[in-house]
Structure formats: structure tokens, C-alpha cells
Design a protein around this ligand. Structure first.
Ligand SMILES: [Zn+2]
Length: 169
């Protein structure tokens, strides 16, 4: 009885106290973001983001950068599955909503769930655009334009470097 209680306590402590870096190390090794606890991401420091992402991923996701068009492996990628945030693993776009907008960036006409993304007015570079961010980690994903196909009429123009892909099982 006592040992069992001890086990439970140790398990609980491990579960709660396991430092974030231990998990991140593991994630880095496997390059999988699926098991990340989403709530950790908000507390990540800039230094931790730099450590976690490649320079190009960091430039796009954390500094509102834009990848060169036509450079993403996901631009012309038509496998069945779901696209995840590269920063935190949140599911963002279903492959079924992906279409070829001929603009050089992966494009989707809808998000998996509106709760998973944030849309904010972006007046940078002398343009009036709607920025699309990951609702969980605040990572910059791209922009949404009102010239997409039916049924939404929207075009989520997303940097492929900000995405991960999970194939349908
Ligand atoms: Zn994210």
C-alpha cells in the first residue's frame, strides 16, 4: 500500500516537474511535435525558440518572415493528412482543403478549426493584410485573402516552413 502510494507520488512529481528541456530534447531527436504539451509553448523564451527552430523557421514563425515562393516541399504536396504548426504541433489545415493557388506557397481554403488559428490585421510593408497565426504558440503562419475557392472563398497563403505534415494513417 505504502509503496503503491510512493509510486503514484513519484509518477505525479515526474509528470509535473519534468523540465521542459527534457521533452524538447526528445522532440528534437525525433523531429516530432505531436506529443508536445500545448500549454508549455506560451512560456517559451526567445532563446528557447531560437534553440528549437532552424534559422529559417525562426525567421518566419517568430519574426513574421516570408519564405521565398516555390521553395517549400509542401507547395506541391498532395498527400492525405493534416498540416501542423512547426512551432508547436497544433493541427492547422486538412490536406483536403489544400489547393493549388499557383502563388508558390501552400494554400488552403479553410482551417481545421477556427480556434486553432488567430487572424490579425497586418499593416506592414505598406499593405493591408490579415495575418494568420497559430493560436497556441503565436507563431506567424502567413496571410488570408478573400480570393479563395468555394465553399469559403478564402485563401490561406501559408509559409511551408511554418508547417509540419502528418500523413493520414
Ligand atoms: Zn503553434
Amino acid at each position: 500500500m505504502k509503496i503503491q502510494l510512493l509510486y503514484t507520488l513519484v509518477a505525479a512529481i515526474l509528470f509535473l516537474q519534468l523540465p521542459a528541456c527534457a521533452q524538447e530534447k526528445q522532440e528534437k531527436k525525433t523531429n516530432s511535435y505531436e506529443n508536445l504539451k500545448p500549454q508549455k509553448m506560451k512560456d517559451m523564451t526567445d532563446a528557447e525558440w531560437r534553440e528549437r527552430l532552424s534559422p529559417e523557421e525562426y525567421r518566419v514563425l517568430r519574426q513574421q518572415g516570408t519564405e521565398r515562393p516555390g521553395t517549400s516541399e509542401y507547395d506541391q504536396h498532395w498527400e492525405a493528412g493534416v498540416y501542423l504548426c512547426k512551432g508547436c504541433g497544433t493541427e492547422l489545415f486538412e490536406a483536403t482543403t489544400k489547393f493549388d493557388a499557383h502563388c508558390g506557397w501552400p494554400s488552403f481554403y479553410d482551417a481545421v478549426d477556427k480556434k486553432n488559428i488567430k487572424e490579425e490585421l497586418d499593416l506592414s510593408h505598406g499593405m493591408r493584410r490579415i495575418e494568420v497565426k497559430c493560436a497556441n504558440c503565436d507563431g506567424h503562419l502567413g496571410h488570408v485573402f478573400p480570393d479563395g475557392p468555394k465553399p469559403t472563398g478564402l485563401r490561406y497563403c501559408i509559409n511551408g516552413v511554418a508547417l509540419n505534415f502528418k500523413a493520414k494513417e
